[in-house]
Write a protein that binds this ligand. Structure first.
Ligand code: 6R9
Length: 664
């Protein structure tokens, strides 16, 4: 019987260590000893780890005061790109493979060594400097998963600039919003990319975004344009705007290969990454240099038990935090070799992901539950045929809760019962894994459980009054005290950061997730407790989608909820009230969905649009989403008595009207 999240847990023994070498954490006792030290004396714990990196001491950096403040070795200076590349090259590892880059089309492969990557990074650093980019300036990157993207991120880091990667699935409007908010003067864009059968003209989307930004009063001075070998492009020379657009290949070829390292204060911002909040527009989460560097590297090392010579493969895009911490930074800071895949996991066939794992002898695979669910049943991985997990040792999952059935398939079929499953719970704001089972030999894994905190993380559960829940129980998941990779601020709005994360219960970082602690002290994530939804692992704020919906002139009001979806985890269901006199129609539904695609991106377009004569509201004007969620989940079969107490609604008859409008 497949276990369920709340049922008594079948113990899943991790098999005896397959690794050819001693694991980084040979026993649970080793974890407990390190964890205890990380809490008892965090400064000494992290300082010892930090000493493995290259730093320049002495700095006159003066940490800004504020009620919410984390700082990490503020008296030192460092450079993340130096630590990710030059450190390995100086140690004689320049010829080591950094990326096996696998193109969208099978067979299209590139190999990038540490020396190659360092060369591109240095030249790109000079290209940026020549365009006026200085320490602290934001550079927006709108690129697919090709080696040029981590190279551009590291080039920014090398010169002390702050990158802001925007996921290639975002629309012109969304990209423009991020450009304007971050005041970036330089944008790096890839001309066109292949994603599965589709060709996406990224430069055309970016060109439009620059127009929108300009209309909003912010002019981008330079756009650097890269090409992906093999992607068909509709743009040509004529589409390059003279004086603004620069060809990456040409510029990089002409640039000097020596690029002076900018040694920055440990607290200097490394990047801004926009993410959905529960209210209003996306927040620019700012991460620091030193603390983020050490934490991304340490979590990578222990969670994946990475050893020299292993091949790591994360399917995450660098447009999300997972690609930042576990494609660009964590792996390179460990001198790791990894597969970088441009395409989608099921193109041209659902066996693609397994073929890639087999071809490169992947040892650690990191992907999302939505990918696992989509591939489950579609194509058996090769190891299912011969019963061997080949090279795979650690299987990671991230982004959303994994249901026990998907977990069991990952464990039994993909991992052939010989791999550790690391269900990593963390967030854009935590910078790296905050809770995860670790691949410790003999650890009893629990399907769907994030289990234990990473070093330095003091997890706690609060009840609605802010009191800590002790022992077994459920509550709001919070983190007490700082950790090295904690977000430092929200770009341009420190007040918003204090309010959003620390306002309700001062002294605690609010994760926005709920969790349950079991009798063993292990944590089970129960989902968001705020208005953030998770569709295919993409974090989406209901407020953002609702704002996009009401931009359509025919829409008076909208409310978005989610319903369970077999592959995506959650799918978006929109209740839309039209302006007086407007007739509902199929065309209008399509137009309204297109509005969300234009405003945010295709991944945020609701699967269902329900014409709502009115929305159920409380007397204080708050939409009662609890009722809408029940209607969306129950569909046409929903009965009024299923909806619970509706007496606090201003107009309870609204509910009947909603139940009458199914399928209209
Ligand atoms: C890394 C990342 C963060 C939100 C987070 C939570 C959900 C992520 C999870 C998980 C259950 C896991 N989440 N990992 N829920 N189990 N292993 O995804 O960052 O995009 O900021 O999303 O994703 O709800 O709060 P981000």
């Amino acid at each position: 019987m497949a276990p369920t999240a709340c049922a008594p847990l079948p113990a899943q023994p991790v098999p005896p260590p397959v690794p050819p070498h001693e694991p980084h954490l040979p026993s649970l006792a080793a974890y407990h000893a390190l964890y205890a030290r990380s809490i008892a004396d965090p400064s000494a714990f992290w300082r010892d780890i930090a000493d493995e990196f290259t730093w320049h001491s002495k700095s006159n950096f003066d940490p800004a005061a504020g009620p919410v403040h984390v700082s990490f070795l503020p008296d030192r200076r460092t450079n993340v790109a130096y630590n990710a590349l030059d450190r390995w090259i100086s140690a004689g590892h320049g010829a080591r493979v950094a990326f096996y880059a696998e193109g969208n089309e099978p067979g299209r492969r590139r190999v990038v060594t540490y020396a190659d990557l360092a060369d591109s990074v240095a030249r790109m650093g000079n290209v940026l400097r020549a365009r006026g980019v200085r320490k602290g300036d934001v550079v927006v990157l709108y690129m697919p998963m090709v080696p040029e993207l981590p190279a551009a991120m590291l080039a920014c880091a090398r010169i002390g600039a702050v990158h802001s990667v925007v996921f290639g699935g975002f629309s012109s409007e969304a990209l423009a919003g991020r450009i304007v908010d971050s005041k970036a003067n330089v944008v790096v864009v890839t001309e066109a990319i292949g994603r599965g059968k589709k060709q996406i003209q990224l430069k055309a989307i970016a060109d439009r975004a620059l127009e929108i930004a300009e209309a909003a009063g912010h002019r981008v001075e330079h756009q650097i344009v890269t090409k992906v070998p093999g992607a068909e492009s509709v743009s040509d020379e004529a589409c390059m705007v003279a004086g603004r657009d620069v060809d990456w290949d040409e510029a990089v070829r002409e640039a000097d290969a020596e690029c002076e390292v900018e040694w920055v204060e440990s607290e200097h911002p490394l990047f801004v990454l926009y993410t959905s909040g529960s209210t209003g527009k996306p927040k620019g989460v700012v991460h620091s240099t030193g603390g983020y560097m050490v934490y991304a590297a340490t979590t990578f090392k222990y969670t994946f038990d990475y050893h020299e010579g292993d091949v790591f493969f994360s399917t995450s895009d660098c447009g999300w935090i997972t690609g930042h911490s576990y494609v660009t930074y964590g792996p390179l800071l460990n001198g790791a070799t990894q597969v970088l895949y441009e395409g989608v996991p099921n193109y041209p066939t659902p066996a693609r992901l397994w073929e890639i794992c087999e071809h490169y002898g992947v040892n650690q695979l990191y992907t999302a539950p939505t990918v696992i669910r989509a591939l489950k049943g579609a194509a058996p991985p090769p190891q299912a045929r011969d019963g061997k997990a080949e090279a795979l040792r650690v299987l990671g999952t991230v982004g959303e809760p994994i249901n026990p059935e998907a977990w069991m398939w990952y464990y039994e079929v993909v991992g052939a019962r010989r791999c550790a499953i690391v269900d990593t719970w963390w967030q854009t704001e935590t910078g790296g894994h905050a809770m995860t089972p670790l691949p410790i030999p003999g650890l009893q894994m629990k399907p769907g459980c994030a289990m234990m905190p990473f070093f330095g993380i003091q997890a706690a559960l609060l009840n609605g009054d802010g009191a800590e829940v002790e022992g077994e129980g459920e509550g709001l998941l919070v983190i007490k005290s700082g950790w090295p990779a904690a977000l430092r601020t929200v770009y341009g709005d420190h007040g918003r950061m204090e309010e959003a994360y620390f306002g309700r219960f001062p002294g605690y970082y609010m994760t926005g997730d709920g969790a349950r602690r079991d009798a063993d002290g292990h944590y089970w994530l129960t989902g968001r407790v705020d208005d953030i939804l998770n569709v295919s692992g993409h974090r989406i704020g209901t407020a953002e989608v609702e704002s996009a919906l009401v931009l359509h002139h025919a829409v008076a009001e909208a409310a978005v909820v989610s319903v369970g979806h077999a592959v995506k985890g959650e799918s978006l269901y929109a209740f839309v009230s039209l302006m007086g006199g407007v007739e509902a129609s199929g065309d209008l539904r399509a137009e309204i969905r297109a509005c969300v695609r234009n405003e945010i991106g295709a991944f945020a377009a609701p699967d269902a649009v329900h014409w709502a004569p009115a929305l159920p509201k409380t007397r204080s004007g708050k939409i009662m989403r609890r009722i809408l969620r029940k209607i969306a989940a129950g569909g046409a079969r929903t009965r009024r008595e299923d909806l619970g107490d509706t007496s606090t609604l201003t107009d309870p008859s609204v509910v009947d009207a909603l139940l009458d409008t199914f399928g209209k």
